[in-house]
Ligand binder design. Structure first.
Ligand code: ZN
Ligand code: ZN
Ligand code: ZN
Length: 370
């Protein structure tokens, strides 16, 4: 993986800030493995396999990357950020980790690390209390720096180009299965510069009423809504966009509902200002949909954070009072879903900045008739 924001200076600064956050959280050591925290801090992404790769960051001390010997050649050295400690096939890597730091009082452990490594570590460090690495890493990871915003912007622009192809009628719909259109969209995401596709939802007609519908062998017909929600990872950062099109001329019912959705989505974007609680973004979209009588049909939160992961903190949901800060990146994606009949959603990625909400998607927001 090539990380967009990758320089040794950036990684050194992130590890320094992680140490600072460790101290604030009252933890003595940070342990991260499979997942995004590791590449965020080092540029190296662990193989999601049974051999342990783990970055050990003591609060006062040098960071060590414990890594299988056979995978060491993939690591790009970051002098001053971490040293590498390789282990062989007959070594016990968890025991090695346990000797790097004397039994800590509190260890912050990677949210997405495999449970087997923690289970093996438990008897080796007696009396250690564990907290989720999230407690240490969230504050860092949520606030995207300029290079990260640029990476999200580039991924968003690539997704926008695929949406533009959809709107231009270049992606055939009627007569094809949802799965075929999903494969077509996926290939276009790669062609536009993504390294991998994370999802490509295509939901036609009544299937669009299921927000996370899995594209299947349902054939797309004339005179129905087609919801597409797709995204991938490009240079380490994610895209995520939803656009709906109509195969023919939408009925008055659909057109009026879509006008409500469009207004609600724009209001959600406009609410994404620095200092506003995350729940305000949700409320801004939801109150418009509820006022139009569709409140019971908007069945999910309005948005999620996005970065190295397609879904990460902060979440735009009622009850989240976290104030938006410059650099917070998130989706605004209200939807209306009428079970058994139709569904619609409209989604852009937005970054909160000191100059106001910065939308990263600019593809046509209308319900384009094809
Ligand atoms: Zn989406
Ligand atoms: Zn999304
Ligand atoms: Zn719009």
């Amino acid at each position: 993986m090539t990380l967009a924001a990758a320089t040794t200076i950036v990684f050194a600064d992130r590890v320094r800030r992680a140490r600072h956050a460790l101290a604030s959280a009252g933890a003595d050591v940070l342990l991260v493995s499979v997942g995004s925290d590791l590449p965020y801090l080092t540029g190296y992404e662990a193989m999601p396999l049974e051999r342990l790769t783990m970055l050990v960051v003591p609060r006062d001390g040098d960071a060590t990357l414990v890594i299988p010997r056979l995978e060491a050649p993939r690591v790009v050295a970051q002098p001053g950020v971490f040293t590498m400690l390789t282990w062989g096939e007959t070594d016990d890597p968890v025991a090695i980790v346990s000797t790097l730091v004397a039994a800590p009082a509190v260890a912050a452990i990677g949210d997405t690390m495999w449970a087997r490594f923690l289970v093996d570590l438990l008897p080796l460090w007696q009396g250690t209390r564990y907290v989720r690495s999230n407690l240490v890493m969230n504050e860092l990871r949520m606030r995207k720096d300029a290079a990260e915003v640029a990476a999200l912007q580039a991924a968003g622009a690539a997704a926008d180009r695929v949406a533009a192809q959809l709107h231009a009628g270049e992606i055939a719909l009627v007569g094809r299965t949802e799965a075929a259109v999903s494969a077509d969209i996926s290939a276009r995401l790669i062609a536009e510069g993504h390294d991998k596709v994370n999802f490509a939802i295509v939901a036609a007609g009544e299937n669009a009423a299921s927000p996370h519908h899995h594209a299947g062998d349902r054939v797309i017909r004339e005179g129905e809504i087609v919801l597409t929600d797709f995204g991938g990872t490009m240079a380490g950062y994610c895209s995520d966009i939803t656009r709906c099109v109509y195969t023919g001329e939408p009925s008055a019912e659909i057109a009026e509902a879509y006008a409500v959705l469009h207004e609600a989505q724009a209001a959600g974007v406009a609410a994404g200002v620095v200092g506003a609680p995350c729940q305000e973004v949700d409320r801004a979209s939801r109150r418009i949909i509820a006022a139009a009588g569709f409140g019971d049909y908007f069945v999910h939160r309005t948005g999620h954070g996005i970065g190295m992961e397609a879904h990460e903190d902060p979440y735009m949901v009622e009850g989240n009072e976290l104030p938006l800060a410059a650099g917070h990146a998130f989706s605004v994606e209200p939807g209306i879903y009428i079970p058994g009949r139709w569904g619609m959603r409209l989604e852009d990625i937005v970054v909160a900045t000191n100059d106001g909400p910065l939308a990263l998607n600019h593809a046509n927001h209308a319900l384009v008739a094809l």
